[in-house]
Design a protein around this ligand. Structure first.
Ligand code: C2E
Ligand code: MG
Ligand code: MG
Ligand code: MG
Length: 284
């Protein structure tokens, strides 16, 4: 073991690893009560049309306001919730809350066209037998039309997916719910496989957007994005790009034919009021 090789550095590293494990354990056991006490909240990040800067919708991103640790991002607790199954009630809450919020925005912006709400789904939620029934129920109770909801599923969650796993997504898609392939380009999915999936949106991972930041843009990334966009459009899929941080990236991605974008250049994830005022202003 590294420890016996001597040096405090290694002991420190071990202590840190222990501390992380303890925190992980503590966070995991605190999750159910946190949900009951209402410690989770949702931030919304606008999705913008690349051609004219108007708001297309918003992605719901969950956070945990932990009484001791402060605000924790989803990377800190979603994997834990996935592991224990708490992701199912937590995900249901996120869906319910963000659909309610989207319906509220829509009722106040009837002339602004439909505003869409994007909600992330974990693999466990995807496997849950009541996914379709619960989604239908949430939509019916809120009054939001199915076409305004987009469920985001990561590419890796669908790798090697069989018909049993795809069936609920297919049912949702038939009702008009959009399914987006999140973090596209990070997995190893077979492009030809796309035809088989009931998806209507590709969300190009931030790593491609990063390649557009250089001057000139990374020529290989340019070619890849160009290829993905043309393939996506030929399959009738819309292309959203994540992680746009500069105007130059936005311009490059617009030129490459991407449809919508999301990123700090437009707005960081924030309170629902932000989206409300963006809608009133009509463009970011
Ligand atoms: P994601 O779905 O790919 O969400 C995009 C992430 O990129 C968000 O991180 C967002 O804050 C961040 N981001 C947006 N614009 C920029 C930018 O310009 N630059 C950079 N560097 N980052 C940007 P966040 O909020 O930390 O969420 C991380 C991941 O957690 C999400 O990735 C999603 O996979 C997961 N997640 C978030 N909310 C939920 C949820 O309600 N349910 C489930 N199952 N997963 C969720
Ligand atoms: Mg997402
Ligand atoms: Mg993403
Ligand atoms: Mg991502």
């Amino acid at each position: 073991r590294a420890k016996s090789a001597g040096g405090n550095r290694f002991e420190l590293a071990d202590d840190e690893a222990d501390a992380r494990a303890i925190t992980r354990h503590g966070l995991t056991t605190a999750l159910p009560a946190a949900l009951e006490r209402g410690e989770f909240f949702i931030e919304y990040q606008p999705l913008v049309h690349l051609d004219d800067g108007t708001v297309h919708g918003a992605e719901a991103l969950v956070r945990w306001c932990h009484p001791q640790h402060g605000v924790l991002g989803p990377d800190r607790f979603i994997p834990l919730a996935e592991h224990t199954g708490l992701i199912v009630p937590l995900g249901r809450w996120v869906l319910e809350e963000s659909v309610r919020q989207a319906n509220f925005w829509q009722e106040r912006h009837t002339d602004g066209g439909p505003l869409r709400i994007n909600v992330n789904l974990s693999p466990t939620q995807l496997h849950h037998p009541r996914l379709v029934a619960e989604t239908v129920d949430v939509l019916e109770r809120s009054g939001l039309e199915p076409g305004a909801l987009c469920l985001e599923v990561t590419e890796s969650a669908l790798i090697g997916a069989d018909e049993d796993l795809l069936k609920p997504l297919r049912q949702l898609a038939e009702m008009g719910v959009d399914i987006a392939l999140d973090d596209f380009g990070t997995g190893y999915s077979n492009l030809a496989n796309l035809r088989r999936l009931p998806v209507s949106v590709l969300k190009l991972d931030r790593s491609f957007t990063l390649g557009m930041q250089q001057h000139p843009a990374d020529p290989v990334d340019l070619k890849i994005v160009e290829g993905i966009v043309s393939l996506a459009h030929s399959l009738d899929l819309a292309v959203t790009v994540e992680g746009v941080e500069t105007g130059a990236q936005a311009e490059q991605l617009r030129k490459l034919g991407c449809d919508t974008a999301q990123g700090w250049y437009y707005a960081r994830p924030g309170a629902p009021d932000r989206i409300h005022s963006l809608l009133l202003a009509d463009a970011v």
